[in-house]
Design a protein around this ligand. Structure first.
Ligand SMILES: Nc1ncnc2c1ncn2[C@@H]1O[C@H](COP(=O)(O)OP(=O)(O)O)[C@@H](O)[C@H]1O
Ligand SMILES: [Mg+2]
Length: 235
């Protein structure tokens, strides 16, 4: 079966900096796939290219067997939704308004139902819906960023370092949430420096080093690999 998302020989440069060099990766429907790599490896660039925020120098991306739409809003409309690195909540907007931004493609169409669904999933967001997003803790802002993404009705959710800067107990909550979202039928492409957490939930994973895929395998295989243990799991 054709993968849901297929990235082939993708190269991206920022001026003279080659951020991605010939990257190929696939995500099948219903999987959690992760891309692990150190700071600067090119993880964010990869997600931003899939979202249409950065142009590739070479290579191709297909979604559901068709070339990716050109414009970011059309890409969201096709079902590819990006939760950016560092959450990027609108701190001066209320929590409710942050969620409505995520639902802007569905104005008038079941918007209130979609909001209610997120409030049910995240009671803390409902309790605080009229407060500014900037008053939330880091973990709560990550939840808001994910909820905002879900308001766009993703087929595939792209998550950029959801564990960054969060205490271990909160990281566990975020990963429970990722499993739950996946179990609800949404495919997930995750990028992380936190290899142990990402590999633990992944059906398949790729290691990105200096813009190239150096290794790939099932989450379990990579967790068991000596090379990965030394380089990414603290020995
Ligand atoms: N807007 C940009 N302009 C120039 N260089 C960039 C830009 N964004 C990222 N880079 C460079 O591209 C490389 C990959 O960065 P990035 O995709 O952010 O990696 P990661 O998310 O894995 O930390 C790095 O060398 C980084 O310095
Ligand atoms: Mg990054």
């Amino acid at each position: 079966m054709e993968p849901l998302l297929k990235i082939t020989d993708l190269s991206v440069s920022y001026g003279h900096v080659e951020a991605l060099r010939g990257v190929s990766a696939q995500v099948r429907e219903g999987q959690i796939v992760s891309i692990i790599g150190a700071n600067g490896a090119g993880k964010t660039t990869l997600l931003r290219t899939v979202s249409g925020l950065v142009n590739a120098r070479a290579g191709s991306i297909t979604f559901q067997g068709r070339p990716l739409p050109k414009k970011p809003d059309k890409i969201v409309g096709a079902g590819i939704v990006h939760v950016p690195e560092g959450r990027k909540c609108f701190s001066g907007l209320t929590i409710r308004d942050n969620l409505l931004v995520g639902g802007y493609l569905f104005r008038g169409k079941k918007l209130e139902e979609d909001l209610a669904e997120q409030y049910q999933r995240f009671p803390i967001l409902e309790q605080r819906k009229d407060q500014f997003a900037g008053t939330l803790s880091g973990g709560e802002q990550q939840m808001l960023a994910v909820a905002r993404g879900l308001m766009s009705r993703p087929k595939i959710l792209l998550l950029d370092e959801p564990s960054m800067g969060l205490a271990p107990i909160i990281v566990n909550q975020i990963y429970d949430l990722i499993r739950e979202i996946h179990d609800s039928g949404i495919t997930v492409l995750l990028v992380e420096q936190n290899a142990a957490m990402a590999l633990g939930v992944s059906d398949y994973a790729y290691v990105l080093e200096n813009g190239r895929i150096s290794l790939s395998g099932s989450g379990e295989e990579l967790l068991g690999s000596d090379e990965i243990r030394k380089a990414y799991l603290g020995g």
